[in-house]
Design a protein around this ligand. Structure first.
Ligand SMILES: [Zn+2]
Length: 341
């Protein structure tokens, strides 16, 4: 069955989870995001982490000097030192989200807090969560327990996440980059839990990661059954399921190290065409707008810009993703049926 569409137009596409790094690397990657997306939520685990509203403001300026039209939504990094006052001050500068990294789970997560903190009702961070709920700040969670084997990390973390969601029914929580059927079931079961899904987790399983370090990211891609659950979820039109690329560039010299290669897939240049191809294959391009834009605009209360001015058009135009880029592009040497117009 040929489900080819000639083109798709997405109004105000949003990537609600992207790593842009700093300095030279930021400069070289940020335009790739701006080409595909109108709005991005930028992650705060830079080498010098984004801890306060002031840090977030400075970072936003660093980003938009290269991409003036890009709508940057800011997050700060949750650490053991984060206080309600700090949250309040950050909210005043326009910060909309707070990112939780379990300490040691992924790139630059050394400032994070321990996962147990979330499940512990006597944790020092409880007042922080109360303040976030009051001010409508969103908690973005890297939901993995770093103390268990790789493929079990997400499912193990879910119990802790739901305990937090139950204790704070007004706190809106996003399970970032869900990779399991279990995570999707949690989203269906808790009205204050959302999830982002990446493009690469719609096309990879664990088998594709073994033998190709360019497919290595945290959380690692899971089974075919999990991938099916992510596909169904992203194409379902569910209001609490949204796109976040988790595009995470590393320069090739670092990524190709034989020992200790960092985690992260650089998908920004291909994510939107890849998504269109996946949705088109299932005849569900009618739900792209919801997944790549509407769900995010609703959750993050993103200002709706005038219709037409922020749209991106993706057309049927087969091409082969180049293999000579630095950082290395996801899906290199593979064919994509769609391209940005
Ligand atoms: Zn990430």
């Amino acid at each position: 069955m040929d489900n080819r569409v000639e083109f798709v137009e997405i109004e105000q596409p949003c990537d609600m989870h992207v790593h842009l790094r700093e300095g030279e690397l930021l400069r070289s990657v940020v335009r790739d995001s701006a080409r595909s997306f109108d709005t991005i939520l930028v992650m705060p685990n830079t080498r010098r982490p984004i801890l306060t509203g002031k840090d977030a403001e400075d970072y936003r300026l660093e980003i938009t000097q290269w991409t003036p039209g890009l709508n940057v939504v800011s997050a700060i990094y949750l650490t053991p030192e984060t206080t309600p006052d700090l949250i309040e001050a950050a909210a005043k500068t326009g910060v909309k989200a707070v990112k939780f990294y379990p300490r040691g789970a992924t790139t630059n997560s050394g400032h994070g807090v321990r996962l147990e903190t979330l499940g512990d009702p006597w944790s020092a961070l409880e007042p922080v969560f109360d303040t976030m709920a009051q001010l409508d700040l969103i908690l973005c969670l890297h939901a993995e327990d770093p103390d268990v084997p790789l493929l079990e990390r997400e499912t193990r973390a879910l119990k802790t996440v739901t305990a937090l969601a139950t204790r704070h029914p007004r706190l809106r929580i996003v399970i970032e980059h869900a990779t399991t059927r279990a995570a999707i079931e949690v989203v269906h079961g808790w009205s204050n839990i959302w999830t982002t899904i990446t493009a690469h987790h719609l096309v990879l399983t664990t088998n594709d990661v073994v033998g190709n370090h360019h497919h290595l990211c945290m959380p690692v891609a899971k089974s075919e059954d999990d991938r099916r659950a992510l596909l169904d979820a992203s194409m379902s039109g569910h209001p609490r399921i949204l796109f976040g690329s988790d595009s995470a560039p590393h320069l090739n010299a670092t990524k190709n190290r034989a020992q200790g290669a960092p985690f992260g897939i650089y998908s920004a240049p291909v994510a939107l065409p890849l998504l269109v191809g996946v949705f088109a294959a299932y005849g569900r391009t009618d739900h792209l707008q919801q997944f790549v834009s509407d769900a995010a605009r609703e959750l993050y209360d993103i200002e709706r810009r005038p219709r037409g001015t922020t749209a991106r058009r993706v057309v049927y135009k087969p091409w082969t993703v180049p293999n000579d880029q630095d950082p290395h592009w996801f899906w290199a040497d593979r064919r994509l049926d769609y391209a940005l117009a």
